[in-house]
Ligand binder design. Sequence first.
Ligand SMILES: NC(=O)c1ccc[n+]([C@@H]2O[C@H](COP(=O)([O-])OP(=O)(O)OC[C@H]3O[C@@H](n4cnc5c(N)ncnc54)[C@H](OP(=O)(O)O)[C@@H]3O)[C@@H](O)[C@H]2O)c1
Length: 182
Amino acid sequence: MRELIISLVQTINGSYAQDGWSTGVSTKADFSYFTSLRKQAGAIIIDRRTALNPALPVINAPGKALEHTPVHVLTESDPAELSRQLSKAGLDYRAQHFTPDTAAQVLDDLESTNETLVCESGPNLAYRLLDAAPGAELHLSLSPLYSRNTGSHFSQLEATLNLRLIDVRTVDDQIFIRYAKA
Ligand SMILES: NC(=O)c1ccc[n+]([C@@H]2O[C@H](COP(=O)([O-])OP(=O)(O)OC[C@H]3O[C@@H](n4cnc5c(N)ncnc54)[C@H](OP(=O)(O)O)[C@@H]3O)[C@@H](O)[C@H]2O)c1
């Protein structure tokens, strides 16, 4: 069965970005864990805003480790418009529409080079997928940091998701917590 790993890093006060960037809430240990997840990925999932952010490096650029890994951009908005925007930006990413009802099937059907999908989106898409995908695992990386400024980013999803703890480990001051749906 397909596995969906949802990767998120946050501060102790639940912020997913600092000054508009997740880099601000990440650490060396977190980045190393993030890249280890990438190595397992048969496909990467990101959100529309992340995909269209011109300041971010292209995930599957020629010469990169993920050059041949499909990158899927999941959106509840118009996928045709998103496809146009991606192609105008010269990005070899695939726009894919989903709704809470179709998400599980959409994830099963995504082109992938192996059975592990890794979601690197921000929290709004990440928690929607955790809610919708029965076998999803959340890999939450907790940084030893409290931070709130105008560029902080929080999940706006209104939902209740009950989780089950799979594993906890620490590297330096970073805590990695793995959860599955209860
Ligand atoms: N900490 C981390 O692990 C992590 C990872 C990635 C990014 N980030 C950071 O997150 C920030 C960008 O987040 P993002 O908003 O692009 O990604 P996001 O939190 O996943 O939200 C993006 C998508 O969620 C959907 N959405 C639906 N309702 C929303 C709402 N009320 N508010 C916002 N989005 C809503 C929209 O998608 P559709 O309309 O297309 O359906 C939107 O494009 C950046 O600062 C980035 O650095 C953090």
